[in-house]
Design a binder for this molecule. Structure first.
Ligand SMILES: Nc1nc2c(ncn2[C@@H]2O[C@H](COP(=O)(O)OP(=O)(O)OP(=O)(O)O)[C@@H](O)[C@H]2O)c(=O)[nH]1
Ligand SMILES: [Mg+2]
Length: 556
């Protein structure tokens, strides 16, 4: 059997009875006398059942192994728990302990056993659910036989045990075992102080300054010193009324001590809204709250994460077409693709080099920023993808990576007209009187496209169509949209575009080619929602020229 501990007159061991763990307390009784009272008390203790009282299992009267067997409670005594520094206590936990003791004691006071008589923190044991149960109550006639057997015991009960004993019992009963309900309340008060301070009874927090021997303490209590000698109270953040209750419990006059029903009531009031149930139930409630808080936290973090993800995706979509980015995100390998027919747009600011030469670097940056902000706002209304900007050159494509039939030519043509219009109204901040002019070239043809590079990856277009489109721009004229024959052929199919012949143009690598000017689109042409707002915007802009680069966004 494992030894659990023991007082001076008995030893507590762990045993197995009918396959179940039990606490076995051996009593050092030389000559056992099983009187009527002993039998009556054994019956009383056998009959008593309460969640906060240790269950009595049996009694073995076989000398010299006289043992009491009771329910084994797994976590040891309350004193053991309070001595364990790794175990933290807070007020809800303290109240759960106090509540359990109060319940057990109240039940005992109403039972035929009537009072505990040896209530102390070693006789409060803690189970696996942190429920506190009172033990070693009752059987007073039996234990009295142990007490009287002085041959076995030098000092009994141990002086330490008397630290919980009420002054009136210390005075009237040399063993301190007589006991009474008010005596229990005094012991309860001492335990309250232990629970709150975690110190041993009467132990001082300033150990070096006040070292009292148990004998000295008991002497002072017994003598009824004025003011009464009681444990110091180091209550931090204690709930209102708690200290009053504690002081009343250890009152010198037993009649002034509250009874258990009144203690229960007080406790109910003090702990209102604090969850005074069992510790584990409180713990579960707190864990539930914690889980809810955690869920909220996760929700907040998730939405913050999604917000960040959205931002980084938006950033990604600025360098790679959305469709391609989606493919890459889904873990698909994006191979370079060839497209049979796309339309490519190039534009360039006329006289940009000269303008830059006579402007400061910051003025050039501001100018390009204003210009591209204007452009970017416009192209968002068309099914196009901005490939890149190189200095003052702006390159846009339609028809890839998502095919759009022949729409690419129309989208680019409409966008070009709209950009030219915007340039007409564009104000150069540092040269307000100067008109901005732009050359635009568009060309339709096959091309290859794909993501190139690992660092700063870019979606790039390759092929002759790119070069030709660029040459259409460079061989164009200010404020005109220079259209290649392939683009014109497709634009003609829509029958809305006004196109004039420019004549033969020498295109590098292609020889002489007849090219065209895109003049406009017929007014009765189908006006898309986007176009409508674009027109509306330019009308407003003409009426009220924007100050500080402010744009009107279409609201559909
Ligand atoms: N784990 C466990 N430990 C127990 C149990 N009952 C008692 N103990 C331990 O055994 C120690 C000694 O208990 P006892 O022999 O009753 O001694 P005591 O409680 O100091 O004094 P008295 O009850 O007055 O004799 C207690 O302090 C506990 O640490 C139990 O059911 N489970
Ligand atoms: Mg005990």
């Amino acid at each position: 059997m494992d030894i659990l501990g023991g007082s001076s007159f008995c030893g507590m061991k762990l045993g197995i009875y009918k396959g179940v763990k039990v606490a076995v307390k051996s009593l050092k009784i030389r000559k056992l006398h099983i009187s009527r009272n002993v039998l009556l008390e054994l019956k009383q203790i056998k009959d008593i059942t309460h969640d906060n009282l240790v269950r009595f299992v049996g009694f073995c009267p076989d000398e010299p192994y006289i043992v009491l067997i009771s329910e084994f409670v797994s976590r040891g005594s309350l004193r053991d728990l309070l001595d364990n520094d790794t175990f933290k206590t807070d007020w809800p936990f303290r109240f759960s302990i106090i509540n359990d003791i109060t319940e057990g004691l109240a039940f005992l006071h109403q039972s035929p056993i009537s009072f505990h008589g040896r209530l102390k923190s070693t006789n409060c044991v803690v189970d696996g659910r942190f429920m506190v149960k009172l033990t070693d109550f009752g059987l007073r006639s039996l234990l009295a036989q142990v007490d009287r057997d002085l041959q076995y015991i030098q000092h009994f009960p141990t002086t330490d045990s008397l630290l919980w004993t009420a002054p009136e019992h210390l005075r009237n009963d040399i063993f301190g075992y007589q006991g009474s309900q008010k005596g229990d309340v005094y012991s309860f008060g001492i335990i309250l102080q232990e629970i709150v301070t975690r110190l041993k009874p009467f132990e001082s927090i300033e150990k070096e300054n006040h070292v009292y021997k148990p004998e000295a303490i008991i002497y002072q209590v017994k003598m009824g010193a004025i003011p009464p000698f009681r444990p110091e109270k180091f209550l931090v953040d204690h709930p209102v009324d708690f200290l009053d209750m504690l002081n009343l419990c250890v009152h010198e006059n037993p009649a002034s001590r509250p009874n258990l029903p009144s203690i229960k009531q007080q406790m109910k009031r003090i702990t209102e809204g604090m969850g005074s149930g069992n510790f584990l139930d409180n713990l579960l409630t707190r864990m539930e709250q914690y889980a809810t808080n955690l869920e909220q936290l996760v929700e907040e973090k998730t939405s913050a994460f999604l917000e960040e993800k959205k931002k980084s995706e938006e950033l990604l979509y600025q360098v790679i077409p959305r469709y391609i980015a989606e493919q890459l995100k889904a873990g698909h390998h994006v191979k370079p693709e060839t497209f049979e027919s796309v339309t490519i747009f190039f534009s360039d600011i006329v006289g940009f080099t000269a303008l830059s030469a006579e402007s400061s670097a910051m003025q050039v940056v501001d100018l390009l920023n204003d210009l591209y902000t204007t452009f970017d706002a416009i192209i968002g209304n068309y099914d196009v993808y901005k490939v890149e900007t190189i200095g003052d050159a702006y390159m846009v494509v339609s028809g890839l990576p998502v095919l759009n039939g022949n729409e690419h030519a129309r989208e680019i043509a409409r966008m070009s007209l709209r950009l030219r219009e915007a340039i007409h109204n564009f104000k150069i901040r540092h040269r307000p009187g100067r008109k901005m002019q732009i050359r635009i070239g568009i060309h339709t043809g096959p091309c290859a496209a794909g993501v190139v590079g690992l660092k700063m990856p870019r979606y790039c277009l390759f092929g002759d169509t790119v070069n030709t489109a660029s040459r259409m721009e460079s061989s164009g004229e200010a404020n005109r949209i220079h259209v290649s024959p392939t683009s014109k052929t497709i634009l003609d199919t829509f029958q809305t575009f006004i196109i004039s012949v420019r004549g033969e143009v020498e295109l590098k690598g292609k020889g002489k080619v007849v090219t065209y000017w895109l003049e406009g689109e017929a007014v009765d042409a189908l006006m898309t929602n986007a176009d409508f707002f674009q027109h509306l915007e330019s009308e407003i802009m003409n009426e009220f020229p924007p100050s500080n680069n402010c744009f009107i966004q279409p609201v559909c």
